[in-house]
Design a protein around this ligand. Sequence first.
Ligand code: PSU
Ligand code: MN
Length: 305
Amino acid sequence: MNTFITLSDEVRTAREEKKPVVALESTIISHGMPYPQNVQTARDVEQIIRDQGAVPATIALLDGQIKIGLSDEELDILARSEDVAKASRKDLPYLAAAGKHGATTVAATMICAAMADIPVFVTGGIGGVHRGAEYSMDISADLEELARTNVAVICSGAKSILDLGLTMEYLETKGVPVMGYKTEQLPAFFTRSSDYPVHFRVDEAEEAAATLHAKWGMNMEGGAVIANPIPGEYAMDEEVISGVIEEAVQEAGNLGITGKDVTPFLLQKIQESTGGQSLDANIALVKSNAEVGAAIAVSLNKKQS
Ligand code: PSU
Ligand code: MN
């Protein structure tokens, strides 16, 4: 490991004892959910992972240091999100050099998890190819990271703020397997399905772990997506949510929002328009992903030892 990275005691001990570890991102805390639900969710998700027999490792940059595993105070700094940059691949070196705080995106969390040798990572949704990307070229760095870094991401697919069809095409081109957990359809975050099939369906955590074990056992580089649909009772009405998303995308266009601000802008608009419902949905799906992800980490850990 390098001097830019620090493990918490809990994570260091877990690694020494060869226990399964699950990485968690921090952009969802700082820029994806409001305070204080964000910090409460972060803590709950960590506990779910412990209850499943794995060890959680929430990842962020604090004063330029990459932290793998955060204390309560550190989680609180991120949750209040004062002076916390959104940190994707391009941002990590500068933020580290400048000694700043950064909340890691899926891409940056994968990079840091790989540095710490943690192959399983749980979140809500990945970034992808934005609608209109044929003109804007707005494609999340998350997709390139999935192509090159050996970390599996357990999520609920992606929000339809993105072009889900193009996102699937991109992942196929880059050779990133997308597995549906007990489903054949790519989940669309707030809804359990979309018009797009996943590449493979898996019905057990063990099947997903076996696929990861095979990929890396063959020395194939890159990650994988395991897409777990939102629990049915929290799924939102397809028409309601697509109307809200349509409006948010239009407004972002009208206001000329570009670059790294697009995703946080859209997420906040959706939260404003749907009130608590989308937040409840978001919280429920991350917790469900934590259960699935921890089970995959436990299974993969057995195969690797
Ligand atoms: N999608 C969500 N919630 C999120 C994000 C995406 O539903 O919190 C965050 C993740 O951290 C993801 C990042 O990695 O946004 C993608 O941002 P961009 O599109 O700028 O790459
Ligand atoms: Mn972008």
